[in-house]
Design a protein around this ligand. Sequence first.
Ligand SMILES: Nc1ncnc2c1ncn2[C@@H]1O[C@H](COP(=O)(O)OP(=O)(O)OP(=O)(O)O)[C@@H](O)[C@H]1O
Ligand SMILES: O=c1[nH]c(=O)c2[nH+]cn([C@@H]3O[C@H](COP(=O)(O)O)[C@@H](O)[C@H]3O)c2[nH]1
Ligand SMILES: NC(=O)CC[C@H](N)C(=O)O
Ligand SMILES: [Mg+2]
Length: 528
Amino acid sequence: MHDRILILDFGSQVTQLIARRVREAQVYCEIHPHDVSDDFIREEMARGLKGVILSGSHASAYEETSMRAPQAVFDAGVPVLGICYGMQTMAMQLGGKVTFADHREFGYAEVRAHGHTPLFTGIEDFTNNEGHGMLKVWMSHGDQVTALPPGFKLMASTPSCPIAGMADVERGYYAVQFHPEVTHTVRGQVMLERFVHDICNCGTDWNMPDYVSEAVEAIRQQVGDDEVILGLSGGVDSSVAAALIHKAIGPQLTCVFVDHGLLRLDEGKQVMQTFADNMGLNIIHVDATNEFMSKLEGVSDPEAKRKIIGREFVEVFQREAGKLKNARWLAQGTIYPDVIESGGKKGKAQTIKSHHNVGGLPETLNLKLLEPLRELFKDEVRKLGVALGLPPGMVYRHPFPGPGLGVRILGEVKKEYADLLRRADAIFIEELRNFKDDQGTSWYDLTSQAFTVFLPVKSVGVMGDGRTYDYVVALRAVQTSDFMTADWAELPYALLKKVSGRIINEVRGINRVTYDVSSKPPATIEWE
Ligand SMILES: Nc1ncnc2c1ncn2[C@@H]1O[C@H](COP(=O)(O)OP(=O)(O)OP(=O)(O)O)[C@@H](O)[C@H]1O
Ligand SMILES: O=c1[nH]c(=O)c2[nH+]cn([C@@H]3O[C@H](COP(=O)(O)O)[C@@H](O)[C@H]3O)c2[nH]1
Ligand SMILES: NC(=O)CC[C@H](N)C(=O)O
Ligand SMILES: [Mg+2]
């Protein structure tokens, strides 16, 4: 039996990151909706529950109808950590006060610690100078705790948020207004480790090789003698899913690679070569360009485009499944950000965009879904890929979204736009690979994802003494470890200059190149 942490989800966009960090600390955890019953909490106790974490939320805790943690959580005798909304509901439930704040805080904040607390042990840059250091954290709130519940002591503050952390060490209740789970909170991982290891006393018994053998066993159990169709894009997720499922059921797996006319330059050829040659998988290559492009004609709303693409994908998968004897399952490389950003099933998160493989799936799917990576983050998927022995070039590729250029051409998708974009994008990626930093690492490897976006607007230019009136593209390059939050990459000017010069000179029809300097949040990585 694993020691376990329970995460109660109030619908934050980053709840799964808490799970990811806890698992990184080698502790098993599960996420459940905030409204599980008191009985459920008692059953969890019997299964080895060691602590509970309450997530953030878009809701406001001072409203009467607000979501609450089950009372059993506070009666269970295990430590509880509240994060953001989790802190606010903890305050409300235990007799403190919450109101909306005069100064909302979104982004970086500097937090000051008050006194020593087990949650901050070992965070030298925070607790040096007798517990009065400053720490960079990431905040995202408009409400705040204004009165501590009885028994609680002040643990941290910022100039505009006097109660940014509180604790009742005796009862094991801890709460922070900032988000230790996002990488932008310096030392956030250490705080979560202090919580699960020191405060909850969890051992370290959860790791990737265990995950592989448990996942392989689970897939065998689930699938039995059936056949499985897997949507293979050549991207990281579906490649790792293919390797994992292949390990579990071998020849019962058939992969389908769909060309929807919105792939990058030469992508189709490359994928077929890599997979059929190197991995020994059964692969079917389907050219569905005409189907996809004709269904997208005249459609410019991003969500509508995503849903059409999702539906067309499934139609192709179902058609191919029909050609096999015994195909009952559709496998996809769906990972957690796809799920949570589409309005996660377990929580009550808001829909940001329907990822084609989740929110875009039709209700009439006549295959059962097999998604072994559904609970994992990208960096965990990469670790899994390495554990499965996949080549580094495959494991460390930049992700490419399933709807492809369909969400990188703003508004209506046209073949003319896709052809221009493909050429501009190939130049950008080529130069990212060519340009190196002082250590010799390419800018492709220094960024997490980079691509070009097509803007269907025209601007005036002058070339060869003549007037041009042509399209605009935007370059996008971000750095992130989990794709839930991201910074725009500070690419060298020389690189931007080279790319811009080449695109405008080589791609007739584009006369202006811009660089996107928005981070996520408040922007997203893709433009649609
Ligand atoms: N062209 C395609 N052909 C077949 N299946 C696809 C295609 N594009 C996407 N899919 C399916 O949709 C899933 C989600 O796509 P997504 O882009 O998130 O993952 P990926 O392509 O496997 O990895 P990466 O995120 O690294 O690009 C894929 O795992 C795959 O199952
Ligand atoms: O397979 C996919 N199907 C989709 O519909 C989709 N939409 C976004 N993405 C990828 O997800 C990551 C986060 O993107 P956003 O910040 O734009 O939401 C980035 O890596 C995006 O490229 C998708 N991947
Ligand atoms: N991220 C959060 O949990 C925010 C909680 C609450 N909605 C606030 O604005 O303060
Ligand atoms: Mg992809």
